[in-house]
Design a protein around this ligand. Structure first.
Ligand SMILES: [Zn+2]
Length: 374
């Protein structure tokens, strides 16, 4: 036996003895577990794999093997995998969903080993017909707190979501009606205020909500590039206000803008949802309303004008744009969308110095009167 072969055998024996898992072994174990438990065979295009691989700290070491495995399974990276954005300090997880059954296997990894595995049926029809049962499982964090992400992405994907909504869902890490509204606003702007060569959208996120994550992804109008400014302004504001959008020509230093609203009252009424349920975080209603509306809105993805209206149209130059973006400036007042509240003059109480001068004058007058009388 030559020295090289001897060394290889020693290294392999050490790996076996110490139980050191290679990246390839880990991915094999995850996929084999999912294939056995879900179950599914390779080439099954009803399968969606959701994972935060590449975001969880250190998980990039598994990425090449994961992508090879996806191709070995004869699945498409663009159609059958969703890379869910998470903070670096979240554990690495995978969820395999079969849209033909609604079954889902959740697998969590720590130090190269499977530390959690759970199987649930998350088909929307099941969750919406037994909301209390699923709510108890959500409260017990059956998918380690990723339940809302997994169930909304999986069920919207099963209905066939467009690519721009899928990219937005990856960044936002769940699908809620607010994110879908952002997708719809993007489609509305493409029709109503289309970009010409050299133009970009400048966005004032007033007020900010989930829509702004979709808009940053679709238009690259990101906060860091100062193409989006986020402002929470003092109330009152127009109801259902959904932001200020400017088609901006940087070279010419001018643009056209619109102030938009999104009719949530109409969406909720048509979908048969009580609007107040969105804020009911004590019961199942908060997620029930979101999931139901998510699915309902899928039939309206080509009809943004059904929900979106223009409150105002305006032309703008660079000085005004800079002013609108500045902290402390309410862009709704500047654009004449709302009228500035008249400032109430506070009653000035006399300052201590002024009070003492008045006191001295009064004392001097009284003294002089008394002196004259005596
Ligand atoms: Zn959201």
């Amino acid at each position: 036996m030559n020295a090289r072969l001897c060394m290889t055998i020693c290294v392999m024996a050490c790996i076996a003895l110490l139980g050191i898992a290679t990246a390839e072994n880990v991915i094999d174990e995850i996929v084999n577990t999912a294939m056995k438990e879900l179950p599914f065979e390779k080439g099954n295009h009803n399968i969606l794999i959701m994972t935060n691989i590449g975001y969880a700290q250190g998980s990039e070491m598994y990425l090449d093997d994961f992508l090879s495995k996806v191709s070995e399974l004869e699945l498409s990276v663009s159609k059958n995998v969703i890379f869910v954005h998470n903070s670096y300090n979240k554990p690495l997880w995978f969820a395999f969903f079969d849209k033909s059954t609604g079954n889902c296997i959740y697998i969590e990894i720590k130090n190269g080993k499977i530390i959690k595995q759970a199987k649930e049926n998350i088909a929307a029809s099941n969750l919406l017909s037994n909301p209390e049962d699923w709510d108890a499982k959500m409260k017990s964090k059956v998918f380690s707190g990723n339940e809302f992400s997994v169930m909304t992405i999986a069920n919207v994907w099963a209905k066939g979501m467009p690519w721009e909504l899928q990219k937005s869902a990856e960044f936002h890490n769940h699908i809620c009606p607010g994110l879908t509204a952002g997708y719809l606003i993007a489609q509305y702007l493409k029709k109503e205020l289309p970009l010409e060569s050299g133009e970009e959208y400048q966005i004032l996120a007033v007020p900010p909500w989930c829509k702004d994550d979709a808009l940053q992804v679709i238009f690259d109008s990101t906060v860091g590039k100062r193409k989006m400014v986020v402002k929470t302004v003092e109330k009152p504001i127009p109801s259902d206000l959904a932001g200020i959008y400017i088609k901006w020509n940087k070279k010419e230093g001018k643009g056209n803008g619109v102030v938009l609203t999104f009719d949530w009252g109409k969406a909720c009424k048509d979908a048969g949802i009580n609007r107040s349920d969105f804020k009911d975080f004590k019961s199942y209603k908060w997620w029930y309303a979101r999931l139901k509306l998510d699915l309902w809105m899928m039939d309206y993805l080509n009809k943004p004008e059904y929900f979106i209206s223009k409150v105002k149209e305006f032309k703008i130059d660079s000085n005004t744009l800079n002013k609108l973006k500045t902290a402390g400036v309410n862009p709704l007042i500047e654009l004449g969308v709302i009228v500035e509240k008249p400032k109430v003059e506070e009653k000035k109480s006399p300052l201590p110095f002024e009070a003492s001068v008045i006191g001295l004058v009064v004392a001097a007058v009284i003294f002089s009167i008394l002196k004259r009388k005596s």
